[in-house]
Every structure is written in structure tokens, then in C-alpha cells.
Design a protein around this ligand. Structure first.
Ligand SMILES: CC(C)(COP(=O)(O)OP(=O)(O)OC[C@H]1O[C@@H](n2cnc3c(N)ncnc32)[C@H](O)[C@@H]1OP(=O)(O)O)[C@@H](O)C(=O)NCCC(=O)NCCS
Length: 180
């Protein structure tokens, strides 16, 4: 089973959520309607919470974790992800906040207390250091990530398309087995 209880917390799934059998969803994790979590992705909400909006996809090998609460930092660093977000293959997200309709490219690393505003595209392989804020509507690329330019109308449209595409794909996986 891809779902694991931790202490008194248990993942909560919205309607139509798809979890691949190899995904791991642990503890205080909430997934909104029509989210999908793909092969070998990990969402470990043990020492803080993970909140994910609706129609968001967490692709294969993504690693999502949080930082715990301390006296110096009573809230710790939860992981908050908005609606219609694409988290591509092998991304590492740690204790950060990601707005609606973002695309976090393949292999990115996003560290504690980063805030990514709505409709940001983060180029593949980028790294966002702790506490940085990325402005909505922009393309960022690099290690550390730097602003490149405003997203075009076509790219903004693609952000939404990507999320909707993943909802269609996960709906196929939820179909009952075909009879011969
Ligand atoms: C950044 C990106 C959006 C391309 O943006 P673009 O403005 O069209 O960039 P171009 O392809 O014209 O390349 C411009 C320059 O940036 C470089 N570049 C492109 N992508 C880059 C990246 N991710 N990191 C660093 N440099 C990159 C190119 O090599 C090129 O360099 P040059 O001018 O020295 O030749 C794209 O490469 C990318 O990373 N998309 C994310 C893909 C992804 O992970 N999708 C999810 C799949 S599920």
C-alpha cells in the first residue's frame, strides 16, 4: 500500500486522486481532487505537514519532505503546493511553498522557506536556495535559479495544459481493467 500512517496522522485524499502502487505517501499529507502521484514518488509528511491543492501532479521519483518545528522556528517549514501544479520527474521539494499553475522542471531542487508565486516555470535542473522568492509569471533557470524573462502567453497556457493533461492520463490509469 502506498499510504502510511505516522503517529496520529494519516494521508487524506480528495476525489479522483491517483496514487501509483510504488508511490509512498506518509503522515500529515492532504491531496486535493484529481491529483496524481507517479512511480516511486515520495511525499513524507511526518515532522510537518504537506498540503497539495487540486489537479496537481507529482511525477516519478519526486521527493517531497518538510522541516520540523523548533523553538526558534515554531512553524518549521511545511510543504504547500497549489492547484494545477506540475512537479516533474526527480524534483526535490523541501519545506517550501509553490503557487498555482507552476511547472517545476525535471531534476530541480527547491529548499526550505522558498516561496514560488503563481505561474512560474522553473527550468530543468534549477536550484532555489533557502528563503528565496520567485515572482509570478516569470521563467527562472540555473543553480542558483535566476530570472530569465516573463513567460509568453503560449507558455502560460502550457502550464494549465500540462496539469489538465496529467488529469486525463491519471483518469486512464483509474479505468477498470479491459476485458478480452
Ligand atoms: C528553460 C526552458 C523552458 C527553455 O527556455 P527557452 O527560453 O526556450 O530556452 P532555449 O531553449 O531557447 O535556450 C536558451 C539558452 O538556455 C539554455 N537552457 C535551456 N534550458 C536550460 C535549463 N533548464 N537550464 C540551464 N540552461 C538552459 C540553452 O542551452 C540556451 O543556452 P545558449 O543560449 O547558451 O545556447 C526549457 O529548457 C526547460 O528547462 N523546460 C522545462 C522542461 C521540463 O522539465 N518539463 C517537465 C516535463 S514533465
Amino acid at each position: 500500500m502506498p499510504i502510511t500512517r505516522y503517529l496520529d496522522t494519516q494521508p487524506v485524499l480528495g476525489a479522483g486522486v491517483y496514487l501509483h502502487d510504488s508511490a509512498q505517501v506518509i503522515g500529515d499529507v492532504t491531496l486535493g481532487d484529481d491529483c496524481s502521484v507517479w512511480c516511486n514518488a515520495v511525499l513524507r509528511g511526518d515532522v510537518n505537514r504537506i498540503r497539495i491543492g487540486s489537479m496537481t501532479n507529482i511525477q516519478d521519483l519526486a521527493m517531497c519532505h518538510v522541516s520540523h518545528k523548533t523553538p526558534a522556528k515554531p512553524e518549521g517549514s511545511p510543504l504547500i503546493i497549489g492547484d494545477r501544479v506540475t512537479i516533474a520527474h526527480a524534483v526535490i521539494l523541501h519545506g517550501c511553498k509553490i503557487g498555482n499553475e507552476c511547472l517545476i522542471g525535471m531534476g530541480c531542487i527547491v529548499m526550505d522557506d522558498v516561496v514560488i508565486e503563481d505561474r512560474v516555470m522553473l527550468g530543468a535542473g534549477s536550484l532555489v536556495p533557502p528563503g528565496k522568492r520567485l515572482d509570478g509569471g516569470w521563467l527562472y533557470v540555473g543553480r542558483p535559479a535566476q530570472p530569465v524573462r516573463r513567460l509568453t502567453a503560449a507558455e502560460l497556457e502550457h502550464l494549465r495544459y500540462s496539469a489538465e493533461h496529467y488529469v486525463r492520463v491519471k483518469n486512464n490509469y483509474l479505468l477498470p481493467p479491459q476485458r478480452d
